[in-house]
Design a protein around this ligand. Structure first.
Ligand code: 5AD
Length: 360
């Protein structure tokens, strides 16, 4: 798909064209990843963060956040709960927290791998290549690292102190693939300063990166951030993307068409913007994954990347509720790990053609 065509889709409000987009995305989802909706149990293991991202409530200058870091045994307990609730994967997510040591993470991975059948996904930010390699050797299966924007100038504006335009992150995504991880990335839809051209390029970048997983959620303003307060205005007057449900669904549908074999969640941010039908709209417009939040309530309250994230529902209740909503769409809940068919097909190829995909 070409840039101009993606832009046209992103800008259309014609109901007939939109219903055609939803139908194409849903058909591609059905053909390439099936009717199963995989549940990934999300555990937010640390909200301590060294970064000052202009959009994120966990940014280091935000003194209102009560910082925490879970211990390996606490995290392993959450993983056991994930398995009991029928998740095939546990996702360990944190801010960029050097205090969460490579050894802590390795110990956690080993314990989960020894005592469950779960796939382990890490989402711990930009860590050193030797740490990523170590965790892979200890059994980590997947890594999520959103590149946030493919516009280098905007990347630097959104990430104070950064001047590489996101190149380091793009390089890490390549390194993760070479280590044999299933690789996920993504962007926020409608972050201030993002133009329709930028979002179209982001979507094409997903395809170039040959992603196994894609996370796309609407930007939600956080009052304790420069962007949320309006201290930093990046509206350059040119076709700013609107951070709404419709635009997020368009981006999701286009991501499905560009990367048909990827695992794509209906994100918590989408469900936060539209609590009544956000998950349903995502699942019917390209998504095939949901990530229920299993972080202990006392910590979850403090993981406010954006306001309203997490809620305070009991994990068991959350999952019962999700199962009912998935069944109401005539979809099934996935069993097993739910590896991306994109990654699996690369595993079967001649390893000499794709050495970067060979398992360590
Ligand atoms: N609104 C929506 N998503 C956000 N993220 C961070 N801050 C916000 C916000 N204000 C997303 C980023 C990050 C992921 C963990 O959460 O894309 O990669």
């Amino acid at each position: 798909m070409m840039h101009e065509k993606i832009k046209t889709w992103l800008q259309t409000s014609d109901p007939a064209r939109l219903s055609d987009l939803w139908q194409q995305a849903d058909a591609a989802r059905q053909a390439c990843v099936g009717d199963a909706v995989h549940l990934r149990g999300l555990v937010e293991v640390s909200n301590t963060c060294a970064c000052a991202c202009a959009y994120c409530g966990l940014r280091v200058p935000n003194r209102r956040v009560k910082r925490y870091r879970m211990t390996p045994p606490e995290t392993v307990t959450c993983a056991h709960q994930a398995e009991q609730l029928g998740c095939g994967t546990v996702v360990l997510q944190a801010g960029e927290d050097a205090g969460l040591t490579a050894e802590d993470v390795a110990e956690t991975i080993r314990a989960i791998k020894r005592t469950t059948r779960l796939a382990v996904t890490l989402s711990l930010g930009e860590r050193r290549a030797d740490e990523l390699a170590y965790w892979r050797r200890e059994g980590a299966d997947r890594y999520l690292l959103r590149f946030e924007t493919s516009n280098a100038g905007l990347f630097n504006l959104l990430h104070p102190g950064r001047s590489d335009g996101g190149a380091a992150r793009q390089a890490l995504l390549e390194a993760l693939r070479e280590l044999g991880y299933e690789v996920g990335s993504g962007v926020m839809v409608g972050v201030p300063g993002q133009s329709v051209d930028d979002l179209a390029r982001d979507l094409l970048r997903f395809q170039e990166l040959d992603l196994d997983m894609i996370g796309l959620g609407p930007y939600i303003a956080h009052p304790d951030t420069p962007l949320g307060r309006g201290d930093l205005t990046l509206m350059r007057g040119v076709q700013q993307v609107t951070p709404d449900v419709l635009t997020t669904c368009k981006a999701l549908a286009l991501a499905r068409l560009l990367c048909p074999q990827a695992n794509i969640p209906a994100t918590t941010a989408l469900a936060t913007l539209d609590p009544a039908t956000g998950y349903e709209l995502g699942l019917q417009r390209g998504a095939n994954v949901i990530m229920p939040n299993l972080t202990p309530a006392r910590y979850r309250r403090s993981y406010n990347v954006y306001p309203g994230k997490g809620g305070d529902a009991e994990p068991a209740r959350t999952v019962v509720d999700l199962r009912r909503r998935i069944a109401a769409l005539d979809r099934t809940v996935g069993t097993g790990r739910g590896d991306s068919p994109n990654w699996r097909s690369h595993q079967l190829e001649d390893p000499n053609d794709r050495p970067e995909r060979r398992l360590a």
